[in-house]
Design a protein around this ligand. Structure first.
Ligand code: OSB
Ligand code: MG
Length: 373
């Protein structure tokens, strides 16, 4: 495809409510969007890097820099025919996976439009609906935590994930299990524990959690494998899995029994599909993680979640949980059964509200192609 321009934008948007994890609180999102114009069409991508390099090494500022200086010029020069070509095009640049994913995903988005097929179909997805869960941030009080869960269960969500850390764990799980003995319940520590906490973590087996997400270091497989041996509950890895090889290593070492796939964390749709496939071949379920995305990243997550091995409810929730007004139309809605309909129209299936995007933009930069004589 002949790329005419790549536009980067930073949008500032307040979350409907602050989101607290073991690594900090987010109240206002700084979102990096990329817009690729080619052959009269526009592909969109969202860079899921955070405001700070806390979840991973990347931040939206590092992603902006590497996109403008390295990745966007490489993409323009390569003239990609297919989203799957992007990992090869970007290979010289180490890491920076969230920056790469925003561009690669825009190319897939464009390609689906060019072919006139849904993005989900282009990715190889088969599901017509996807199962949804919610990730609930650490709350100021236990009462508030219970009230949040009650609200999300009433909305139909199929799985509740609680953010936890030392001091906000056992008491909370116990109160939740007493009130709701049967719900699908999981927790996510975002690396807040150490192997010396193994007995403490093993005591959660009595709560019948669906999984414990990323209890130990963000770059670890080995100690997770030691911990997994001491637990009845499955470990799910998030931060540790950067690519297909990591997934393979983690499964070979039995560091986890479930994998959270975030398309930004693994560098784009190609690698996300590869992680999905390697887990599928080994009978290990995956689910789609979230990074407090706007509608663009959310639409891409929905398409990805339509692949067969996304067998557990994801952190792909309704627009209204995050934003007063989302930047796509229609907004993402979750049915009373806790499902999202996978769009069957061409491309991402959600229109981008250009006026609103423009209004929320605080920084913009265009990478233009050199006119070829
Ligand atoms: O670890 O899954 C995580 C949000 C930001 C950074 C890391 C994580 C999360 C979430 C939120 O859990 C998921 C969502 O988008 O609702
Ligand atoms: Mg996580």
């Amino acid at each position: 495809m002949r790329i005419d321009s790549i536009v980067l934008r930073e949008l500032n948007i307040p979350l409907v409510q602050p989101f607290e994890t073991s690594f900090g609180v987010t109240s206002d999102r700084r979102v990096l969007l990329v817009e690729i114009k080619a052959e009269g069409l526009t592909g969109w991508g969202e860079c899921v890097a955070g405001e700070h390099p806390y979840y991973s090494e990347e931040s939206i500022d590092s992603a902006w820099q590497v996109t403008v200086a390295e990745l966007a010029p490489m993409l323009v020069a390569a003239d990609p025919a297919h989203g799957g070509k992007c990992p090869g095009i970007f290979r010289k640049v180490r890491g920076n996976r969230m920056a790469k994913a925003a561009l690669e995903n825009s190319v897939w988005d464009l390609e689906a439009q060019m072919r006139g097929i849904p993005l989900a179909e282009l990715l190889g997805g088969t599901r017509e609906t996807i199962a949804c869960g919610v990730s609930i941030g650490i709350q100021p009080t236990l009462e508030r935590q219970l009230a949040e869960i009650e609200k999300e269960l009433a909305a139909g969500y199929q799985r509740i994930k609680l953010k936890c850390r030392p001091g906000w764990d056992t008491t909370v799980f116990e109160a939740v299990r007493n009130r709701w003995p049967e719900i699908l319940l999981s927790c996510d520590a975002n690396s807040a524990y150490r192997l010396r906490d193994a007995d403490h973590i093993a005591s959660w087996d009595s709560f019948k959690l669906l999984m414990i997400e990323q209890p130990l270091w963000a770059d670890d497989f080995y100690f997770h494998s030691m911990l997994q041996k001491r637990l009845a509950t499955s470990i799910c890895l998030d931060e540790s899995i950067r690519n297909r090889r990591d997934a393979l290593a983690a499964l070979e070492m039995e560091s986890c029994r479930v994998i959270n796939i975030k398309v930004g964390r693994v560098g784009g749709f190609s690698e996300a599909i590869a992680v999905h496939n390697v887990a599928h071949e080994r009978g290990v379920p995956v689910w789609c993680g979230g990074m407090l995305e706007t509608g663009i990243g959310r639409a891409h997550n929905i398409a990805l979640s339509s692949l067969e091995n996304f067998r557990l409810p994801g952190d792909v929730s309704a627009s209204r949980r995050y934003w007063k007004e989302d930047i796509i139309e229609p907004e993402v809605e979750v049915s009373p059964k806790g499902e999202i309909q996978v769009p069957d129209s061409p491309g991402r299936g959600f229109a981008v509200r250009a006026d609103l995007v423009e209004k929320l933009t605080v920084r913009k930069e265009e990478v233009r192609t050199l006119a070829v004589a």
